[in-house]
Design a protein around this ligand. Structure first.
Ligand SMILES: O=C(O)c1ccccc1NCC(=O)[C@H](O)[C@H](O)COP(=O)(O)O
Length: 256
């Protein structure tokens, strides 16, 4: 599933590239105002922080919510106390787009994450051109050379890589990169199985000084408390926010 999602994302980026060349996208990326400092915003604090996700549908759950106005949802997230917004820009299985990211960027003052299956420099330049401050890199989808190249490009463009892992070996690879914002996704991206305890089992392997992000499987404040007790600085939440009351849920999560 992960290799299919990544291959589809590359094919879709190639289609966009036929209309908008790498040179054009690079120019747009370099003309953008500087990215927000997501590491400063997500820095560990006395309270857990939330990255709130715009997620219309998913391979594991199908349609989740008919989000007609992602900018309005992002403003609700900001009102509810989210520290950053994740925008799923993958179109085929998640129903997202770069247009969603552009409208969210214009609507909020928070850092915005491009959440997609990134494996080419073109996709990174697209992210910055659309106004992203953070870009997701999924360790399982990239070999070490690609991971290094994309990580360095994201940093060179002034953005922050969120390096996503799902095993001890992947966490070690993220640490070797020098990643300072590292996620452990409870969801196995190939089988869709959820393991809320994975974060806790890997928590000791995070490098010193890294911001620890627990991704996926938050349905309630109790789940946030579970991740927090295991050492999470930040939780990344999608489904529970798009299917429930985003402001009320965020406030409940932040009260943990
Ligand atoms: O959500 C999926 O079904 C999925 C399947 C395959 C690859 C990625 C997938 N989701 C991306 C994410 O990691 C989540 O959207 C994100 O962590 C939020 O998860 P949740 O709060 O459980 O919606």
């Amino acid at each position: 599933m992960l290799s299919e999602l990544t291959a589809n994302a590359v094919a879709d980026a190639e289609t966009r590239r036929a209309a908008r060349s790498l040179v054009d996208v690079e120019r747009e990326a370099l003309l953008r105002p500087a990215a927000l400092d997501a590491l400063e915003v997500l820095h560990p604090a006395g309270q857990v922080k939330v990255i709130a996700e715009i997620k219309r549908s998913s391979p594991s759950r199908g349609a989740l919510a008919p989000i007609v106005d992602p900018a309005a949802l992002a403003r609700s997230y900001e009102l509810g106390g989210a520290s950053a917004i994740s925008v799923l820009t993958e179109g085929r299985r998640f129903g997202g787009s770069l247009a969603d990211l552009v409208s969210v960027r214009a609507a909020v003052a928070l850092p915005v994450l491009r959440k997609d299956f990134i494996s080419t420099a073109y996709q990174v330049f697209e992210a910055r051109a659309a106004g992203a401050d953070l870009v997701l890199l999924i360790v399982a989808a990239l070999d070490d050379d690609a991971l290094r190249e994309l990580f360095d490009l994201i940093v060179d463009l002034g953005m922050t890589p969120l390096v996503e892992t799902h095993s001890a070996d992947e966490l070690d690879r993220a640490a070797a990169l020098g990643a300072r914002l590292i996620g452990v996704n409870a969801r196995d991206l190939s089988t869709f199985e959820l393991d809320r305890d994975l974060f806790g089992r890997l928590a000791d392997r995070f490098p010193d000084g890294a911001v620890r992000v627990a991704e996926s499987a938050v349905q309630s404040a109790a789940d946030v408390a579970h991740y927090r007790a295991a050492g999470a600085d930040v939780v990344l939440v999608g489904e529970a926010l798009v299917t429930g009351d985003p402001v009320a849920n965020l406030r409940a999560f932040l009260a943990v």
